[in-house]
Design a protein around this ligand. Structure first.
Ligand code: AMP
Length: 223
């Protein structure tokens, strides 16, 4: 099963990927943003080159992204995967279909996380994450249960993403409109797009996704 989570920054794609990963057995979550941040953290030559682009909210080139995804696919053939934040351009979507075709796979469903831009700004500008495990919190809406201690790994070091500042977010939203929205039409034309009201609570969104996967026969009851 190949699922794509499509939507602007702050629409809840990462949160939902983590939630589904907890309940659907052997489901792999691939966030190209996370992979790029790992590359930067590893202090590799590539990471060094990508850092300023990502911190400015600009896109990494299609070649680099497609190569990353190609490597992941080769290592995880036959696994159920959620792609979060990929594809983000029409070229990536077309290249993705080619890569999947080689493995006799296709995109089964694309969840379109539909959300108002004002909610996005509110969500993104207050978020921070655990340095240990990447769990995401929000200053107002989602604090750890114990103050300054990560619910997931017990970590006590947190960080705000540089690209979550208001200025950079504006750039990211503009690029989203220009580069990423055409991908929605691409999947709409293929008949695999499913709209989600991403302003609902995280539990409601999880329930919606699981029901849709169940109805499509992609997961079994109890998962
Ligand atoms: P995200 O964590 O998904 O918000 O991604 C963080 C940043 O990584 C983006 O703002 C881009 O700079 C870069 N990035 C992640 N995924 C992609 C992609 N599929 N194509 C181009 N750039 C990407």
């Amino acid at each position: 099963m190949v699922i794509v989570f499509f939507g602007p920054p702050g629409s809840g794609k990462g949160t939902q990927s983590q939630e589904l990963g907890k309940t659907i057995k052997d489901l792999i979550h691939v966030s190209t943003g996370d992979l790029l941040r790992q590359e930067i953290a590893s202090a590799s030559e590539l990471g060094h080159r990508l850092k300023s682009k990502i911190e400015a909210g600009e896109f990494v080139t299609d070649d680099i992204i497609v190569q990353l995804v190609s490597g992941i696919l080769r290592k995880n053939v036959k696994k159920d995967i959620i792609f979060d934040g990929f594809p983000r351009t029409l070229q990536q979507a077309i290249a993705f279909d080619t890569l999947l075709g080689v493995e006799n796979l296709k995109v089964d469903v694309v969840f379109d996380f539909d959300i108002d831009v004002h909610v996005v700004i509110e969500r993104v500008t207050g978020r921070y994450m655990c340095l240990g495990c990447g769990a995401v919190y929000h200053k107002k809406n989602k604090k750890p249960k114990v103050d300054s201690v990560c619910d997931q790994c017990g970590g006590i070091r947190f960080v705000e993403r540089k690209d979550d500042s208001v200025d950079v977010l504006e750039t990211r939203l503009k690029i989203y409109q220009e580069e990423t929205l055409p991908v929605k039409k691409y999947y709409g034309d293929k008949g695999v797009l499913k709209r989600i009201d991403a302003s609902l609570s995280p539990d409601e969104v999880t329930c919606f996704i699981k029901t849709a996967l169940l109805e499509a026969g992609l997961i079994r009851r109890g998962e």
